[in-house]
Design a protein around this ligand. Structure first.
Ligand SMILES: Cc1ncc(COP(=O)(O)O)c(C=O)c1O
Length: 384
């Protein structure tokens, strides 16, 4: 099996799995319990929080809130910060047309509950229109939510400039960093963000655990109600083993990025070069100079991507049409449409997202197989 679908999820690293097992065995207490078993778990949780804060360059370990993943962190930020800012008389939400559904859907929901939502357009490379951002962000804006890096085409957004625009207007800035970890530096202070979302399964950690970084002083109305866990910012018994695994995975992803990031980018570039050379009628969506190091969105003229993915799967090659959660949808994604691609162009698009376990030999094998498959599938009707 050749896995070029690492933006959907990544295989759990062996050392991460070992930590998951070790922490499950050694820390069976509830981190909130006052007895010795609970205290041991609580102490380890504090260590883990500090380690996560260090990787992200957060000013304070208490700015790290553990959640169930990217979707929860995005919901918590958009709704939690949105509500708290609404209480201060602001009801404007500004987001972008290429956000993940985990941001767009809560924004749409708030739009039905008293907020004015502006969706910023992007250019043909998927970069947010900064003139539109300048127009949209003003004294009524509660929150600007724009992702650091896109999951489908990999485009990196000008977060520092957006944070400045937001702060100059007295608004907050949330950024979905789910696809950024292990692919680019994520330094919360350098970026100037008020909150970011992470998800462990996108960086060789387990599914179902993530982080909401929440800068000290950021207005926040707790979204997940119940106990007083996580400093009253996220109720629910803390899943210590998963958090331990997330922490090891985060440290490892950052180490791998520093040591092997250029190599991964080279592998992605090799794939694009070989596909363009070996498969006629092939194009890159967006600009590779503006993307994360592992992602390439490739368009094959006259081919329905759904057919191609299924044939590739039969031959042991995994990739994706858009985001994994939209696999069953036959229409091109909202991201590809936002770039200005036609339905036909969007339908012929495949997302290749490489990981640290891939090899140069796999790249050549995929390009050779597609050189045969694509001409065979050209012109077949777009039905599943
Ligand atoms: C950019 C982005 N945000 C959020 C999510 C959701 O994360 P999770 O799977 O942890 O809920 C994903 C996952 O595909 C993503 O790519």
């Amino acid at each position: 099996m050749i896995n070029f679908d690492n933006n959907a999820t990544t295989p759990v690293d062996e050392s991460v799995l070992q930590e998951l097992i070790r922490a499950t065995r050694e820390f069976s207490g509830n981190t909130s319990s006052g007895h010795s078993l609970g205290n041991a778990a609580g102490k380890y949780l504090r260590d883990l929080r500090e380690r996560v804060a260090k990787v992200l360059n957060a000013a304070d370990a208490d700015e790290i809130v553990f959640t169930s993943g990217g979707t929860e962190s995005d919901n918590a930020a958009v709704r939690g910060i949105g509500w708290a800012m609404q209480a201060k008389g602001r009801n404007g939400l500004v987001t972008s047309a290429v956000e993940h559904r985990a941001v767009l859907n809560p924004c749409e929901w708030l739009g039905k509950h008293g907020f004015n939502v502006t969706v910023l357009p992007v250019d043909a490379d998927g970069v947010v229109d900064m003139a539109a951002a300048q127009d949209a962000i003003g004294p009524g804006t509660a929150l600007v939510s724009v992702m650091i890096a896109n999951n489908e085409i990999g485009t990196i957004q000008p977060i520092q400039q957006l944070a400045k625009l937001a702060h100059d207007a007295g608004a907050m800035l949330h950024s979905d960093a789910v696809q950024a970890i292990g692919k680019m530096p994520v330094d919360v202070r350098a970026l100037g963000v008020d909150s970011i979302s992470l998800s462990a399964h996108k960086f060789y950690g387990p599914k179902g655990v993530g982080v909401l970084y929440l800068k000290k002083g950021t207005p926040y109305d707790c979204f997940m109600l119940g106990g007083t866990h996580e400093g009253g910012r996220r109720a629910g018994t803390v899943p210590l083993p998963q958090i331990a695994a997330l922490t090891v995975a985060l440290e490892l992803a950052e180490k791998k990025r520093r040591e092997k990031g250029q190599w991964l980018q080279g592998l992605r570039d090799q794939l694009v070069r070989e596909l363009l050379a070996k498969v006629p009628g092939t194009h890159v969506n967006g600009d590779l100079a503006k993307t994360t190091i592992n992602t390439a969105s490739i368009r094959f003229d006259g081919v329905y991507g759904g057919h191609l993915l299924r044939e590739m799967d039969k031959q042991g090659i995994l990739a994706s049409a858009g985001s994994a959660c939209m696999w069953e949808v036959t229409k091109p994604s909202h991201v590809l449409t936002a770039l200005g691609l036609s339905d036909e162009e969007g339908s012929g698009t495949i997302r290749f997202s490489l990981g640290f376990a891939n090899t140069a030999d796999e790249v050549t094998r995929v390009a050779d197989k597609l050189a045969k498959l694509v001409p065979e599938l050209r012109g077949q009707p777009a039905t599943l």
